[in-house]
Design a protein. Structure first.
Length: 125
């Protein structure tokens, strides 16, 4: 889970790292290299790789703490996923419409939920 969080932060703020930091983070998180493999490839010590990863993670976390872009994105992503799920559920109900009254009330409720979610996203922008 933490690797996914670092990956998200890297996607948002990786451009603020130095070229060397980006290279090490890329090898470690995206190519799944060990500290020793990175050290060997870049001809630096294993400790230097470890320190660079630790420092890069701190830099990424600091940017997130100040700007909060990844959290906003994650929140919007959750809302959009839920909206998509509700829309799919409504499509399936409409395709097999057999009990109109009960389903109509449910569809109305879900449409109102979608509208609330959309308003939430609009306020966040």
């Amino acid at each position: 889970m933490i690797d996914m969080q670092i990956g998200l932060l890297y996607d948002f703020y990786g451009q603020f790292l130095t070229n060397k930091q980006r290279e090490i983070m890329h090898l470690y998180y995206e190519n799944d290299y060990s500290l020793s493999e990175i050290a060997e490839n870049l001809q630096i010590t294993r400790q230097a790789v470890h320190d660079t990863i630790k420092k890069s993670k701190r830099i990424l976390s600091d940017y997130e703490q100040r700007l909060g872009l990844a959290a906003k994105f994650a929140g919007k992503d959750l809302v959009l996923t839920r909206v998509s799920d509700i829309a799919e559920e409504l499509k399936q109900l409409l395709a097999k419409k057999k009990a109109p009254e009960a389903e109509d009330a449910y569809i109305q409720e879900k449409l109102e939920e979608i509208q609330r979610m959309i308003r939430t996203l609009q306020k966040a922008e």
